[in-house]
Design a protein around this ligand. Sequence first.
Ligand code: 16G
Ligand code: MG
Length: 563
Amino acid sequence: MAANQEEQEQEQRRRLLAVASRFPLPSGCRFSYGTAGFRADGATMAPAVCRAGILAALRSVKLAGAAVGIVITASHNPFGDNGVKIADPDGGMMAQHWEPFADALTNAPDPDALLQLVLQFCRDEGIPLGSQHTAQVLLGRDTRPTGAYLLDAALQGINAIVGACAIDMGILTTPQLHWMVRSKNKGVKASESDYFMQLIGSFRRMLELVPKDKIGGEEKLIVDGANGIGGVKLEQIKAELSGLDINVRNSGKEGEGILNHMCGADFVQKERVTPHGFSSEDVGVRCASLDGDADRLVYFRLPSASDNRVDLVDGDKILSLFALFIREQLDIVNNNGGQANKSLSARLGIVQTAYANGASTQFLKSLGLEVAFTPTGVKYLHKRALDYDIGIYFEANGHGTVVFSEDLISQLESLSNELASQAPTGSAQRHAVMRLLATSQLINQAVGDALSGLLLVEAILQYKGWSFQNWCELYSDLPSRQLKVKVKDRSVIVTTDAETKVSQPSGLQELIDKETANYTHGRCFVRPSGTEDVVRVYAEASTQVEADSLAKSVAHHVERILG
Ligand code: 16G
Ligand code: MG
């Protein structure tokens, strides 16, 4: 072994031991890389965040120096919590097969155990530790008070890997950081102003393509920013968005309220009431709500001044609007009144989870669309959506996006060029192609992004000349109920078929089937939560009373069997 290489390996060991002793794991502390990374009380997170820094740098070394991302946020969770998750070079979630190592690394009890784990893992994975290599990690954090201190822990973790370079991208929404990682690895401009320019520019192009007879709809929109980073960013870009009058509430400014407290997409979707900062003066106005790190989006409207209950448009209905629009554009491209001489072969697919309201699935199927199901969690939905030329996925909670295959984008680009020379015959077709291209630019294809999703919703509503009411009327949600059951050990429940069936403990699925059979349009499933120590029960039926009663009786069975 060359003397230089040996020195570097020693240096590598020394750095890992040193950083691990600076961030000891408090005794009794255990972290698990769940559906959304590591999450806990912000004050206890430094050891986990430091180790996530080591992990991200190793991931980048493994992937030949491609940029990897770290986001420090606890999303919709309370202000005192914090968390960390890693973005892979394509801007998506870290590959799942690294999660067991993430857990082991984070729970390594002492510096020597940590060093041995890293060395063993690097041998197993063929990671050239300590020799000539590079690694780069982009970091972003939200507005939480523990953010700066945790950022420092992450930087120390990254710098513990020889050759790694950390780039602090600042205070960002989660999807901005994912977008930057993706862009950087594609070799395109990846700064925050590039992100803003892409959103603003493609939104403008979408509005330019609105048919003239549709112009002049409901331009006013009130946005609940959850007192988080999404509100701050929206304030920054709203002046540049002509054709839309946005008023941001819970914008994160001093004195407006507490992050995620009585506001935000999670609150509105679960409680179905207006967030803090809204009043009877807002009756009838179209409103949207972001979560604390702006990767979830829901819409709502206050129908009457007599109470604060809202009409909710959740992720399922956002998905339905996107699917309808994209399907329509593809039809124009391929049909164009029978005159089409160029056509596009595009497989359009929808991905949902068991939480999707049954009425939305039925609506999508009635459009002739293929609907696939995956377990809960963005990493599963996103991966499945990549199987299509255009894959649209959403969770009911408002997290989702649209992904386009590279092949389809190049087909669209060449079709757009060809049709340009055939105007005016090709113009309707060409406009549809341009709308699809603008959509692929406007939507954040790395991950669900409330800001880009909101602009796409607004552009589509204007294109269709639709009011909020028209959108609500796409279909009527089936009444549903969600319950949580506290049990001794939630891992006893094992599910299959995208969480729609229980395979263990035996006998439970038969009981669920028996209860469900008592209700018209009854549907019910149970699953262990990935983020809380509870079992979740979801039930749907044709009336609210029936949905409540189905959920309650199944929850009783779960309680009795798992105690
Ligand atoms: C996390 C997931 C979200 C999922 C939720 C389910 C990401 C980025 N977030 O927030 O997709 O809906 O967990 O929580 O993947 P649960 O397992 O407690 O029901
Ligand atoms: Mg979030």
